[in-house]
Design a protein around this ligand. Structure first.
Ligand code: ZN
Length: 559
């Protein structure tokens, strides 16, 4: 076989969606992996916890994996590690991450004690590593979590710049301002291909500085006399720091609620990324020891996540906390596409309890961590890449970003829009999408199962959720082939049995007719045929009577 001279870039997640970022760089069969994230399920995926990248492409190629590099500690970049790492594991697997990312990854591994221990090498801005044909230099990028690293990847075909998630910020919190000099010096080394974060590509202007957000948050603190309940992602370390700083400024104690919030703050404090005065952080149980005006509750759930603290408060299910009049809720995180409705309902539920709600749309209390149009164009202009590949975002964001690239002077033929599973082929002269694809269908995580819930199981769940289920148990006399007595019926989520006596009477009659007809002729009885008949005929009958299609489960017992 002829040796491959081109570089192949294979996005397994994060292109055509927000979340579950993971990209492969393959040169002469050697593979570098960047990020392994997960995303939240869609609304029509009952029971699914997460969706993780499909790594079937790596099957049989495990030995060719040179290492894994992580850009930052957000779960859409690291969250899939516990679910995927065993499949690519080898004792000398090299993993690279910045100190905070490292800390967050290891802390999460604690929840999965059976997994192999990860050996992570810490890298910082300026670190250089070599993995097979790839040389990688890390450089810091502003985002809404500290210790976020962009990558300059030197490959045999040319230099690739991976921005990671980023925004330009001249007044960040807990972080240094964007180092444009550094970016320009990277550009001097000639960028063949730029991979840039598209999350904010549909939004005009420039992202807000973290400093502006702090000012707006401060205003809320100034005018609040009750408790402040600030909900955000546990991984928005900068936002958490701002809330803590503001609370200290306004004489408030801060109680952390939510497992991921507590653990992330704990790691960040140990590593020095979150700073608080002694005595600021208190236990949730101590809240009642202080007047309301002296309390901030920092919790998870700004996306309306079902299991998060804010949802428990809204549903009055929290073990010891309830909303009360005078409370102010701050929802400080931008809404991930697909979660809009859930967040709207949550907001209404909170307002109904007489609580004020501040949402990032009403005031600029959340900048998002992502560069908007002006910054994205600026990044392209600084890097002056020959080729451009938008990454991280819904399809519409990738398209919007490619428009920006054109405006910034990249010829249309030098821009490719790729989705998950596409294989992008690159050399000095050309970039194109290969005809071959890598498997990219969803791999769903449900409890301890990874990928075992597929399309069929999901369809059953959707059906059960829509129209419920209906179980018919018929006892048949082996000798006569006749149904004994009246078939038993169990219904869940279809009709309320007590109010549907007539429907059930007719159903029983029909089942007896179907069974007796099928067994009446004598000879061997094909029971699977009988069950199919019950399913079909009763299904039609239900539809004609109710316009519903419950899942019908016939059970025939011979005695
Ligand atoms: Zn991020």
């Amino acid at each position: 076989m002829k040796k491959q001279q081109n570089l192949r870039i294979i996005p397994l997640g994060g292109l055509g969606e927000v979340g579950r970022n993971m990209t492969l760089f393959e040169y002469q069969r050697e593979i570098l992996i960047v990020d392994m994230g997960f995303r939240m399920p869609e609304e029509d995926m009952p029971g699914i916890d997460y969706i993780v990248p499909n790594i079937s492409y790596l099957k049989g190629r495990e030995k060719n994996i040179l290492g894994v590099v992580f850009t930052h500690g957000h779960y859409d970049h690291i969250g899939a590690i516990p679910y995927l790492i065993e499949k690519i594991w080898q004792p000398n697997l090299e993993i690279f991450a910045s100190p905070l990312t490292h800390g967050i990854i290891l802390k999460r591994q604690d929840d999965f004690p059976n997994l192999p221990r990860l050996n992570i090498t810490e890298v910082k801005s300026g670190s250089r590593i070599k993995l097979g044909p790839f040389r990688i230099e890390f450089f810091r990028q502003n985002h809404n979590i500290p210790d976020n690293l962009g990558l300059l990847i030197e490959t045999p075909v040319g230099n690739i710049l991976h921005t990671s998630d980023f925004k330009f910020d001249s007044h960040p919190v807990n972080d240094l301002p964007t180092d444009f000099q550094k970016l320009k010096s990277l550009a001097k080394r000639k960028i063949l291909l730029l991979l840039s974060d598209s999350t904010g590509a549909e939004e005009d202007g420039h992202s807000l500085s973290e400093k502006t957000i702090e000012k707006n948050l401060d205003e809320i603190f100034q005018h609040s006399y009750g408790r402040i309940i600030a909900a955000t992602f546990a991984s928005l370390i900068n936002r958490i720091q701002q809330i803590i700083t503001l609370s200290e400024r306004h004489g408030r104690k801060v109680a952390l609620e939510g497992y991921s919030m507590k653990t992330n703050v704990e790691i960040s404090k140990i590593l020095g990324y979150i700073k608080s005065k002694k005595g600021t952080l208190i236990n949730g149980r101590e809240i009642s020891n202080y007047p309301d005006s002296k309390i901030t509750i920092l919790c998870t759930g700004a996306q309306g996540e079902g299991s998060a603290i804010l949802m428990k408060l809204a549903n009055k299910e929290h073990p010891f906390l309830r909303f009360k009049k005078g409370d102010a809720v701050i929802l400080s995180s931008s809404v991930i596409p697909g979660n809009e409705r859930t967040v709207q309902m949550l907001k209404d539920d909170i307002l109904r309890q007489g609580v004020k709600v501040f949402h990032y749309k009403m005031m600029d209390i959340h900048a998002g961590g992502h560069a908007k149009k002006e910054e994205l164009k600026e990044m392209i202009k600084i890097m002056e890449p020959k080729f451009f590949l938008p990454i991280h975002g819904q399809y519409s964001m990738l398209v919007a970003h490619s428009e920006l690239a054109k405006e910034a002077g990249i010829p249309e033929g030098n821009i490719v829009i790729a989705e998950n599973g596409k294989i992008v082929n690159l050399n000095q002269k050309r970039i194109y999408i290969e005809r071959e694809t890598a498997p990219s269908n969803y791999v769903m995580v449900d409890g301890l199962g990874i990928g075992d819930v597929g399309e069929v199981v999901l369809r059953d769940r959707q059906m059960l959720a829509r129209d419920g289920m209906f179980v018919i148990v018929a006892v048949v006399d082996r000798k006569t082939g006749q149904v004994q007595g009246s078939p038993d019926i169990i219904s869940r989520g279809f009709v309320y049995l007590r109010e549907s006596k007539e429907l059930l009477r007719e159903t029983r009659k029909k089942v007896i007719e179907i069974v007796n007809k099928a067994t009446g002729t004598g000879g061997a009885v094909n029971w699977s045929y009988v069950k199919d008949e019950i399913r079909n005929k009763i299904g039609q009958f239900f539809y004609s009577k109710t316009q519903r299609r419950p899942m019908i489960l016939p059970v025939v017992i011979e005695v």
